[in-house]
Design a protein around this ligand. Structure first.
Ligand code: MG
Length: 384
């Protein structure tokens, strides 16, 4: 570091987490500096970000967007392209922290690149841990890097555990239950894209919002928790907490339970991943307990929301199964968003692809990437 600012790289800078991370930088210009950005193809937004934050290096997914950015900003920043470019930004020399806020298993290779370059990883990309958790965690341990979860539930558990990891007995992941928690099976069949994109508590990107509505998001988070906290699936419980005020809990061997509470705002976990073990002020609304009224708790209904159960099953089988679960789900959600399949078809497609797959017990990285691409093709076939 040249000064005492933390140099930040943001993968997925135009997404929901990415733009909120940039607002955190805006609020603390004396603490953080953006040195690298990466996005898919949003030329206008990325141009604005280059102008405002002066990053040294910028990766963009599409070739057309690359040419445009190169023409406009090529003498100001190093513009790179594709998955190689993404990995280059992730591992950028001057970066202290790499925020992985990509959506989907496309995060695997750049995350590994950042780990090998010994960056602190602020991980907001749960699909990477679901698809390649064993390999990612092994690299984290070998390289001795800090992997700080940004997912609100895992940030909550991480904060509840500090220094007491060895006494952990159960993790309680809280779920809002999504917008359809009281829908009947018949009503679920009629859910439209527009309805599913309205989450009651959290403001998020489209993929995760649909995952929240099917409860697949919670299923992916169970697998994510298994890897992050080296906890057995029997010790990871899910409870519906519809107000999203309790962000998750850690239960210890003596029966004590620590919970992390706050207003549902992703800026808290994003910033904490940047400042850990310290804390900084935020512009986020604070909780007023006298105004809070009641908190509710319920068991998730896996009959109406089978995705959660599928994730537990895939997680318990391990190996390449979670890779398939994630890839099939990404494709099914994409097809639902494009109005090609119905809402209730999402878990059905995932289930069918999972059942066709013969588990690879200890997959290498290349075998994970192969399985991932097979599951995508198979899921797309089943969607059409
Ligand atoms: Mg979450």
């Amino acid at each position: 570091m040249i000064n005492d600012k933390q140099n930040i790289v943001i993968l997925g800078s135009t997404g929901s987490i990415g733009t909120q991370a940039l607002e955190i930088v805006d609020n603390h210009p004396d603490k953080f500096q953006v040195v690298g950005l990466a996005a898919k193809d949003e030329v206008k937004e990325v141009s604005y970000q280059i102008q405002k934050y002066n990053p040294h290096i910028v990766a963009i997914g599409s070739e057309i967007a690359y040419r445009e950015l190169k023409r406009e900003w090529g003498n100001k920043a190093n513009i790179v392209m594709g998955i190689e470019g993404l990995s280059e930004v992730a591992a950028y020399d001057l970066a202290d922290i790499t925020l992985v806020a990509l959506s989907g298993a496309i995060g695997i290779l750049p995350t590994l690149a950042a780990i090998r370059a010994k960056k602190r990883i602020a991980l907001a990309n749960k699909e990477t841990l679901v698809a390649a958790g064993d390999i990612v965690m092994e690299e984290v341990n070998t390289n001795g890097v800090e992997l700080i979860p940004v997912d609100s539930e895992h940030s909550a558990v991480f904060q509840c555990l500090l220094g007491e990891e060895k006494y952990l007995e159960n993790i309680w992941l809280t779920a809002s239950g999504g917008p359809f928690k009281n829908y009947s099976q018949e009503e679920l069949e009629q859910v439209t894209v527009k309805m599913a994109l309205k989450h009651p508590n959290w403001l998020m990107g489209p993929k995760i919002t649909i995952d929240s509505a099917t409860l697949m998001n919670k299923g992916l988070e169970v697998i994510e928790a298994h890897h992050l906290f080296a906890t057995a699936y029997d010790n990871i419980k899910v409870v519906v907490q519809p107000e999203s005020i309790i962000h998750s809990m850690a239960e210890f061997s003596d029966g004590s339970v620590l919970a992390h509470l706050g207003t549902p705002n992703m800026k808290i976990p994003i910033q904490y991943a940047f400042t850990y073990p310290k804390r900084l002020s935020t512009m986020v609304n604070k909780l007023d307990f006298t105004e809070l009224g009641q908190l509710h708790f319920a068991k998730p209904d896996v009959k109406r929301f089978p995705a959660l159960q599928l994730a537990y099953e895939a997680g318990r089988m391990g190996g390449s199964m979670p890779t398939v679960l994630n890839a099939a789900n990404e494709v099914a959600v994409h097809n639902f968003l494009n109005e090609k399949i119905s809402f209730t078809m999402i878990p059905t497609i995932v289930k069918n692809v999972l059942y066709e797959h013969k588990v690879v017990v200890k997959p290498s990285l290349s075998s994970i990437l192969e399985v991932d691409s097979w599951a995508r093709i198979r899921s797309a076939e089943l969607c059409s």
